[in-house]
Design a protein around this ligand. Structure first.
Ligand code: NDP
Length: 338
């Protein structure tokens, strides 16, 4: 089959492209700028004409993906802003929502062969950005409800976290609304994958550590650079997943019939930053050790994500912190980043 991967130059997406190619799929990746293409072409050079990259300059334009859909059997939509350089929440919300509805509209009109569309959502659409009064275990039934309301109320003054969480929540809602509205009309079903913080080695074009994507930059800052306070290291942003497991989850979500119509949390487990600092320090004692006397056996995680559904439907056997950290550090070391 031929798979369309949007935002193909992103941290998660390059791994999705790689796993798809390894499993024998043909891939058409979209990027928004011509300058992203040479690196990708070279990276996947050995796959010859099994892979191609095209430019979709503005995913918010109606019909932006129309031409990209020729001969496509399945779609992985990953293009969505994940950065904090913005003035107003709509700079994240608009591309997230309009990119999602736009690719679905294009598939409705021009995707006669499309059987399944994966929307890369997030645990940001599952959990609240500002936490809970009591520890919680969240499942696919849970939704972020506060972020979009806060952005609506506060506009430009909304927190960056709320803007990002709102963008992912509103985009996923829009996907499910579209699926419900056009049921019977479309040839495809929709799957939402909801990963938490994504860690693991990277394949995308990165010239320096400061240019890493948001989630891997956090690992670099905590485990390699250091300098965080004990309180920062003790904090838990929720759960994490290895980027290779998340990419494999995309492949499996195309292959497993039972994934159709499902929202699936793809998470390895909860974490605190101190655990990553510790894992890295155990591998290389030159790296920061963080908080002395930290009680690893009794960590109280404020938020956990139930990954039962991903294990049952997709059959993922998750990579753990030690292996993930080892592989990240090996790459950073090879690049001379520490
Ligand atoms: P990256 O920043 O590496 O990738 C983001 C991708 O989206 C890039 O291809 C980028 O293109 C594209 N993009 C960003 N803004 C726009 C826009 N306005 N219009 C068109 N394309 C745009 O981040 P990730 O790989 O981490 O993120 C990929 C997806 O995974 C996102 O949907 C994100 O929400 C989701 N996700 C990521 C998590 C993580 O921890 N990494 C956790 C949960 C979900 P360009 O390079 O040209 O900017």
């Amino acid at each position: 089959g031929k798979v369309l991967v949007s935002g193909a130059n992103g941290y998660v997406a390059v791994w999705v492209v790689k796993k798809l190619l390894e499993e024998g799929y043909t891939v058409r990746g979209t990027v928004r700028s011509e300058k992203s293409i040479p690196y990708l072409k070279q990276l996947f050079d050995s796959y010859g004409d099994k892979v191609e990259f095209i430019v979709v300059p503005d995913i918010t334009k109606p019909g932006a993906f129309d031409d990209a859909l020729k001969d496509i059997d399945a779609i992985a939509h990953t293009a969505s802003p994940f950065h904090f350089n913005f003035e107003h929440p709509r700079e994240l919300i608009d591309p997230a929502v309009l990119g999602t509805t736009g690719i679905l509209e294009s598939a409705l009109k021009h995707g006669q062969h499309v059987k399944r569309v994966i929307i890369l959502s997030s645990c940001a659409a599952v959990m609240e950005a500002d936490g809970y009064p009591e520890p919680v275990v969240l499942t696919e039934k849970d939704w972020n409800v506060r972020a979009a309301a806060n952005c609506e109320k506060q506009g430009q003054d909304a927190s960056h976290a709320d803007a990002y969480f709102a963008s992912k929540t509103l985009a996923e809602h829009a996907a499910w609304d579209f699926a419900a509205k056009h049921k019977g009309e479309v040839t495809f079903d929709v799957v939402a994958l909801n990963p938490p913080y994504v860690h693991g080695p990277f394949l995308q074009d990165v010239s320096a550590p400061e240019k890493l994507n948001v989630s891997l930059l956090s690992v670099y800052n905590n485990a390699v650079k250091g300098g965080q306070t004990d309180a920062e290291l003790a904090s838990s942003p929720g759960s994490w997943v290895d980027v290779r497991d998340l990419a494999q989850a995309h492949v499996l979500a195309f292959q497993k019939e039972a994934a159709g119509g499902e929202r699936i949390i793809v998470a390895s487990g909860p974490f605190t930053w101190q655990q990553w600092v510790h894992a890295a320090h155990e591998i290389d004692s030159k790296l920061p050790s963080g908080t002395a006397g930290y009680d690893y056996a009794n960590i109280k995680f404020p938020i956990k994500h139930d990954n039962t559904k991903s294990r049952q439907i997709l059959g993922i056997d998750y990579i753990g912190i030690t292996r993930c950290t080892r592989d990240i550090l090996a790459q950073f070391k090879e690049l001379g980043w520490y």
